[in-house]
Ligand binder design. Structure first.
Ligand SMILES: [Zn+2]
Length: 297
C-alpha cells in the first residue's frame, strides 16, 4: 500500500543507535541542572558550538554571535542540503517520513524517543521562558513526550491492526454502513486537535469485515499528524486493498481546533469540515450515491 512506508527504509545502520547516542552525548550531561546550563548541555556538542551560541564558560548565555548561522543548532535536527532539500534521515540515522506515514518501531525505541522528546520539549519551555519550577509545568515536558509518542502519534509507530476478513457467503450486495466511528486526530499544519466522526460504507465483493475492525483502522490512521482529505483517502486505500469491495464510501465530518483556537477563530460549528471519498459503484452509480448520502444524513 502506498501510504505505508517501506520498512527497508529503516535505520541505515551507519549511524550510532539512539541508546548509544544518549549514553555518550547526553546521558551524563546533567541536563536537569536547570536553566541555560541544561539548555547548553542538550544542544552543544563542541566548544565551538558554545562559542557560536554565546555560552560563557560558566553556562551563562551572552547572546548569539551569529544568529543566521544555523550550524549552531547541531545535534538532533537535520540541516538543509545546499539544494534546499531536507535530508530523509535524522542525524541519528533514523528514517524520516511523512507525518501521516507509518513505520513500526519497538517499545524500546519508543522509550528512547520519549526521553529525547522530553529533553527537546524542555528546551522549548525555556525558549518560551516558562519556569519549570512552576509546579503545574514541572512535569509537563514528560507528559507531552508521552502523549505524542504513545497517544497522538501512536499510529505512526504501530503495525497495522490485524484485520481478519470473512467470506461473503450470502452474497450480500447491498450497502453495509457503519456510522459514528470516532475520529480523533491532529492536524499536520498546526498540531491541533481534529475531532469528529467517520461513516464507512461498502458493498462487499468476496469478503466482509467485522465492524469493530473499521474502528481500529480509522484509529490507526487518525493517530498521526493528518490533513482530513488524506485521512479519508488512506482509510479508503486500506479498505479497498483489504476487501476489494464493489463500492466504498468514507465520509468524515470533523472539527478542526486550529480553526477554533487560533487564526480566524471560527465558532465551533463553522470549523466543521466534511470530506468524502467514493469509489467503485458509489462513484459511478448516481442512484446508489444518492441513496447512500440520504441514508447517512
Ligand atoms: Zn491546522
Amino acid at each position: 500500500m502506498s501510504i505505508i512506508s517501506d520498512e527497508t527504509n529503516g535505520r541505515n545502520g551507519k549511524s550510532p543507535s539512539l541508546r548509544g547516542y544518549l549514553n555518550s552525548s547526553l546521558g551524563s550531561s546533567g541536563y536537569n541542572n536547570g536553566g541555560l546550563r541544561g539548555y547548553r548541555t542538550a544542544l552543544m556538542e563542541t566548544a565551538d558550538d558554545e562559542k557560536r551560541l554565546g555560552i560563557a564558560g560558566d553556562g551563562r548565555f551572552e547572546g548569539f554571535s551569529d544568529p543566521d548561522d544555523d550550524s549552531t543548532f547541531a545535534g538532533l535536527v537535520s540541516k538543509k542540503a545546499p539544494n534546499g532539500e531536507m535530508p530523509d534521515a535524522s542525524p541519528l540515522g533514523y528514517s524520516l517520513f511523512d507525518a501521516n506515514g507509518n513505520m513500526p518501531i519497538s517499545q524500546d525505541e519508543r522509550e528512547e524517543m520519549k526521553i529525547l522528546a522530553e529533553r527537546k520539549i524542555s528546551e522549548l519551555f525555556e525558549i518560551l521562558r516558562i519556569d519549570r519550577n512552576d509546579p503545574n509545568s514541572a512535569a509537563t515536558p514528560h507528559r507531552l513526550a508521552k502523549m505524542w509518542v504513545e497517544e497522538l502519534f501512536r499510529g505512526r509507530f504501530e503495525a497495522p491492526p490485524k484485520c481478519t476478513v470473512f467470506p461473503n457467503r450470502k452474497n450480500v450486495d447491498e450497502l453495509v454502513i457503519s456510522r459514528g466511528i470516532k475520529v480523533m486526530s491532529v492536524c499536520s499544519h498546526h498540531w491541533q486537535t481534529i475531532s469528529g466522526t467517520c461513516v464507512i460504507a461498502y458493498i462487499p465483493g468476496d469478503s466482509v469485515i467485522g465492524l469493530s475492525k473499521l474502528t481500529r483502522i480509522v484509529d490507526w490512521f487518525s493517530r498521526r499528524g493528518q490533513i482530513q482529505e488524506e485521512l479519508g483517502e488512506q482509510i479508503a486505500d486500506f479498505l479497498e486493498e483489504l476487501l476489494k469491495p464493489q463500492a466504498l464510501g468514507v465520509v468524515i465530518s470533523a472539527k478542526h481546533f486550529c480553526m477554533i483556537a487560533r487564526g480566524v477563530s471560527s465558532n465551533e460549528d463553522a470549523a466543521l469540515m466534511t470530506t468524502s471519498v467514493l469509489r467503485g459503484l458509489l462513484a459511478s452509480d448516481a442512484n446508489l450515491r444518492n441513496e447512500f448520502l440520504t441514508l447517512i444524513q
